[in-house]
Write a protein that binds this ligand. Structure first.
Ligand SMILES: [Zn+2]
Length: 375
């Protein structure tokens, strides 16, 4: 069986649509990966996640290493069996969340030592340990261990961090390849760094190509730089990476971010936004985002979105969702998360179709007209 193959079916401008083949199933690109932080896509059963059209989900190494722990997960048969998700899973390296969530971090050439945000226990993550944890989880797409500095740091600091990440990328490759049976069935992605700087990103891309990966992520964006700066970086960053491999923009984003990034040659995304917003009463629709807590929905008998094909829109009114969110009912989070994840998958499906039919620019213009229209 194919370990990993990426076939591009059609191109339209810089946008591409294709299929990644892996042992646990196919991934249609451009792809959106719902985030399953702690072995669950919050407020969703795995079978419902699949019914939204998701081909792959993301698991967080940092959270799973702290609880339930990778060795325990391996004894329980791995993450897929544990959470009842049989299709591909991509795991991040843990690096980003060590930086954003843990206390008392200490960064050295070897790796990062930190204290758990849950119980204060001390841990160390290195490229080798990150590869081992992702192997114990049974990840299908393993991410190289890297450091992600804030984009507003001085350039010399961003350069030093990028170079460290490239040395860690080589160590990640070696440790992944030493993983025996798991390495024979899984894929490894490298992560480009260099913040907003074209020269640093070019050097990072060259270093990653030299090592060689199955796919390439664009890291260090969506960390507060704003959409204009992100798009300006995406005007050059995807083109620096190998044309024949999937390109994954980590941690992005809003629907209009996804459209703009696909337009610039990105194939894969993950983001907590549709799930987190669903718990906070925010719905994404073809006509923009709605806050269901707003009093104007109190007697609105229509669906969230009249073009949406999800089960929430088929059966529940805006008025009922408004009531559930105002009342703090769990069902409100469940129904809105289901809609948001379905909407994101309908968005990806529409982009794949438009690219396949060579009308992506026209489709994107129509999307923006409707999404940003003020009612
Ligand atoms: Zn819906």
């Amino acid at each position: 069986m194919t370990r990993f193959a990426f076939q591009i079916h059609a191109r339209d401008g810089k946008a591409r649509t294709g299929t990644i083949q892996m042992r646990r199933g196919e991934i249609r690109t451009p792809a959106f990966m719902p985030v399953g932080t702690a072995a669950t896509v919050k407020a969703m059963k795995p079978e419902s996640v699949r019914e939204t059209g998701a081909d792959i989900i993301l698991g967080n190494t940092y959270h799973l290493m702290l609880r339930p722990g990778p060795e325990r997960m391996a004894r329980l048969g791995g993450l897929h069996k544990f959470m009842n998700w049989t299709r591909p899973i991509l795991t991040d390296s843990g690096g980003y969340q060590v930086m954003s969530l843990s206390d008392l971090r200490k960064l050295t050439e070897e790796g990062v030592t930190f204290r758990s945000h849950i119980d204060g226990s001390k841990h160390m993550l290195t490229p080798e340990r990150s590869m081992e944890i992702q192997r114990l989880l049974g990840s299908d797409i393993v991410m190289a261990f890297d450091e992600c500095p804030r984009a507003d740091r001085p350039l010399a600091e961003i350069e030093a961090s990028m170079e460290l990440s490239m040395r860690w990328a080589a160590r990640s490759r070696a440790a992944f390849d030493a993983g025996g049976e798991h390495a024979g069935g899984a894929a490894l992605f490298g992560i480009q760094q260099g913040a907003l700087d074209e020269g640093l990103r070019a050097r990072s891309a060259a270093a990653l190509r030299e090592i060689g990966f199955d796919g390439y992520a664009i890291g260090g964006l969506a960390v507060g730089e704003g959409q204009d700066a992100m798009f300006a970086t995406l005007d050059f960053a995807p083109g620096q990476l190998p044309e024949e491999a999937p390109r994954y923009l980590m941690g992005v984003g809003k629907p209009d971010d996804l459209v703009g990034a696909v337009e610039r040659g990105v194939d894969m995304f993950d983001c907590v936004l549709p799930t987190r917003s669903g718990r906070n009463g925010q719905a994404f629709t073809w006509n923009g985002a709605l806050n269901l807590r707003n009093a104007r929905f109190a007697e609105d008998t229509g669906p969230l979105d009249d073009r949406c094909t999800c089960p929430t829109c088929a059966s529940y009114s805006r008025a009922y969702l408004h009531h559930l969110h105002r009342s703090g009912e769990i069902l409100g989070a469940m129904l809105l998360t289901e809609h948001n994840l379905s909407f994101y998958q309908q968005l990806m499906s529409a982009m794949r179709a438009a690219i396949g039919e060579g009308r992506f620019a026209e489709w994107a213009a129509g999307f923006r007209r409707d999404y940003f229209a003020r009612d």
